[in-house]
Write a protein that binds this ligand. Structure first.
Ligand SMILES: Nc1ncnc2c1ncn2[C@@H]1O[C@H](COP(=O)(O)OP(=O)(O)OP(=O)(O)O)[C@@H](O)[C@H]1O
Ligand SMILES: Nc1nc2c(c(=O)[nH]1)N[C@H]1C(S)=C(S)[C@@H](COP(=O)(O)O)O[C@H]1N2
Length: 192
């Protein structure tokens, strides 16, 4: 079985066609560079409405069977930014390290990273991660910051494959030139 990844762009203006959605294309571009194993995607472009975000996350995890869901947008402090509330509402468990690490990374890029309330959670067989809405923030948070070969701050995607192993999702390999997945030596690829 290959990994199924849900991609959710949460933006009032992009969902109304006021501007072009750059969230889903940025996610698709980055994942196609970073992931070395076969994967499929399901995409959704929706408004910043808490009930709609919750319903979309439930559908992607419970009905579509996604193992990983990445959201972009709606994590700031404005009244309509409700992505973290919706994500927490559908969570079985919270994974605080993802939000902490994203803010660490993003502070190397912009001081306003402190305004981002993104969370990571587990629902059933799936890891759900909120990324900020700025399209450039997608690569920054997933890939981290490097100085040549040297990793200055590891991107959150480095920890995603092993997290997926632990929740029973299919094996995922990354391309090391983009992001090096960290797994303990004890991690065993099924069938290997
Ligand atoms: N899907 C998107 N496509 C292109 N640019 C986006 C998208 N989402 C956000 N941005 C850009 O990133 C900024 C911060 O994202 P945020 O999620 O806070 O959006 P916002 O200001 O609440 O507006 P909206 O929900 O209408 O996109 C936006 O103001 C916009 O410039
Ligand atoms: N890596 C990164 N993180 C970032 C940013 C960015 O440009 N790069 N923008 C910040 C800004 S300006 C805000 S308001 C918060 C919340 O963004 P959101 O509401 O678009 O999700 O994310 C922050 N995190």
């Amino acid at each position: 079985m290959s990994i199924k990844i849900g991609l959710v762009s949460i933006s009032d203006r992009a969902s109304q066609g006021i501007y072009e959605d750059k969230g889903i294309p940025a996610l698709l571009d980055w994942l196609s560079l970073a992931i070395a194993t076969p994967f499929s995607t399901e995409t959704r472009l929706i408004a910043d409405e808490q009930a709609l975000i919750e319903a979309t996350l439930r559908e992607l995890v419970d009905d579509v069977g996604c193992h990983l869901v990445l959201t972009t947008g709606g994590t700031g402090p404005a009244p309509r930014d409700v992505t973290p509330e919706a994500t927490l509402a559908v969570a079985d468990r919270v994974m605080p390290g993802f939000g902490e690490q994203m803010r660490q990374i993003s502070l190397k890029f912009v001081p306003t990273a402190i305004l981002s309330r993104q969370v990571g959670v587990i629902r059933k067989q799936s890891l759900i991660l909120n990324l900020p809405g700025q399209p450039k923030a997608i690569r920054e948070t997933l890939e981290g910051l490097r100085d040549g070969e040297q990793v200055v701050v590891p991107g959150i995607f480095a920890a995603v494959p092993y997290c997926l192993d632990l929740i029973g999702a299919p094996w995922l390999d990354t391309r090391e030139a983009v992001v090096k997945a960290f797994r303990p030596k004890s991690a065993v690829k099924p069938g290997a």
